[in-house]
Design a protein around this ligand. Structure first.
Ligand code: XIL
Length: 391
């Protein structure tokens, strides 16, 4: 009888113990028991594969050779923007060319673009006309005064045409014009978008006048009719700046409704350098406004400053658990909005792989704006982006 009970219970006991062991092991595999690392977490681009592209930036030309950064980039992102290497100060001849043959410096950009394409990623061009990171000779004389209009126009046409042609067939979109509007706009400034443009600090506007904007788009379209042409700017959750952009895109597309098959401006890039205080509703309002134009919206440079002097110059808040949690909630709030308007949003690109190489770390702001800390550990923000509704 004793033996019979033993042989009856022992196998059952073993099964029960085995089940308990399995449940225990599974529980250990949840984020709480054994936190995901960048190389085990489900790829972000896969999570959003039915919603939008998910991108990040390449800071160094050798990024694809750096085991960890290249691993993070390839695993989680399907789209790449060069953080600096496709800007005019990296590509245009560094001094005024002596003749009509301009010697461009494409090699760093080509290294990045080709490495990204070889890794099966899509690539965004950033940027063609900008008041910053642009050699002065394109728009100014040696003494700093503006070039005469015809010379500046010739430079604009030549630069945009030759650069877009060089990358033709390799990019999905170009940020054609970047940050053309000034800060601190009022409602009346935006009625005619031309009155909202940067003035003296924009070489192109000073030498050519407001028509430089549509001409840049026009030359880009002629050089590569396939690539999407984007207008890109920051603080687009500011209602006045949003209104200036809206009026500009509406006006230019009304006057150029069919340039090689479609309106001239394909989309609006919302840089999205946010803070933990940014009011998500202000972002949503601008997305609704831009959607009404029927153009695509791209989130082009997303980061969320969570600590440091950018939040408060005199009393910079520290980076701690509370800040990390607040930042994660803000990322979740933004992604809920992006998902709500996913039919208008084709891409969400983050501006930084990790806090250690984030531009706001390198400029000493202590912002901690990205999803990974400087040791490449996943921050709460990463989990918020993985699952914004469950966060
Ligand atoms: C920043 C880069 O991240 C820095 O490395 C560089 O020193 C300055 O430019 N808006 C833009 C980006 O369109 O090109 C800027 O990138 C950030 C703000």
């Amino acid at each position: 009888m004793g033996n019979k009970a033993f042989s009856y219970f022992l196998p059952r006991l073993c099964v029960i113990l085995f089940v308990i062991l399995c449940v225990g092991l599974l529980a250990c595999n949840t984020p709480e028991g054994d936190p995901d690392t960048w190389d085990t977490a489900r790829p972000l681009h896969d999570i959003y594969r039915n919603n939008f592209l998910v991108g990040n930036i390449v800071r160094d030309t050798n990024c694809f050779n750096h085991a960890t950064r290249s691993g993070i980039l390839r695993r989680h992102y399907n789209t790449v923007t060069a953080e600096n290497h496709m800007k005019p100060d990296f590509i245009a001849p560094s001094s005024r060319p002596a003749n009509d043959t301009w010697v461009y410096r494409f090699s760093s950009a080509d290294t990045i673009v080709n490495a990204a394409l070889n890794a099966g990623m899509k690539v965004v061009g950033h940027t063609l006309v900008w008041h910053s990171q642009t050699p002065a000779w394109l728009t100014r004389q040696n003494n700093g005064s503006p070039l005469d209009k015809d010379t500046a126009l010739a430079n604009l046409e030549k630069y945009v045409t030759e650069v877009v042609t060089h990358f033709k067939g390799r990019l999905i979109e170009w940020d054609v014009a970047n940050e053309i509007f000034r800060d601190g706009l009022s409602g009346t400034d935006t009625i005619d978008w031309r009155n909202a443009l940067r003035m003296n600090d924009s070489g192109w506007n000073t030498a050519i006048g407001p028509e430089y904007v549509e001409l840049a788009f026009y030359y880009a379209r002629l050089a590569d009719p396939e690539v999407k042409l984007i207008y890109n700017d920051y603080s687009l959750n500011n209602e006045f700046k949003a209104r200036a952009v809206y009026n500009m895109v509406k006006d230019i597309n009304a006057r150029y409704p069919n340039v090689m098959g479609r309106p001239l401006i394909d989309g609006i890039g919302m840089q999205s350098h946010h803070r933990i205080f940014t009011i998500p509703r202000s972002v949503e309002d601008s997305i609704v406004l831009f959607s009404s134009l029927g153009v695509e919206i791209a989130i082009t440079e997303l980061d969320i400053t969570a600590a440091g002097r950018l939040l408060d110059q005199s009393n910079p808040p520290p980076w701690n658990e509370t800040a990390a949690q607040r930042q994660a909630e803000q990322y979740a709030a933004m992604f809920k909005i992006f998902l709500k308007y996913q039919s208008h949003i084709n891409r969400v690109t983050f501006w930084g792989l990790d806090d250690g190489t984030h531009w706001r770390t390198l400029d000493g702001s202590g912002a901690h704006g990205t999803l990974l800390d400087r040791n490449f550990n996943l921050k709460p923000a990463f989990f918020a982006v993985m699952n914004p509704y469950g966060f």
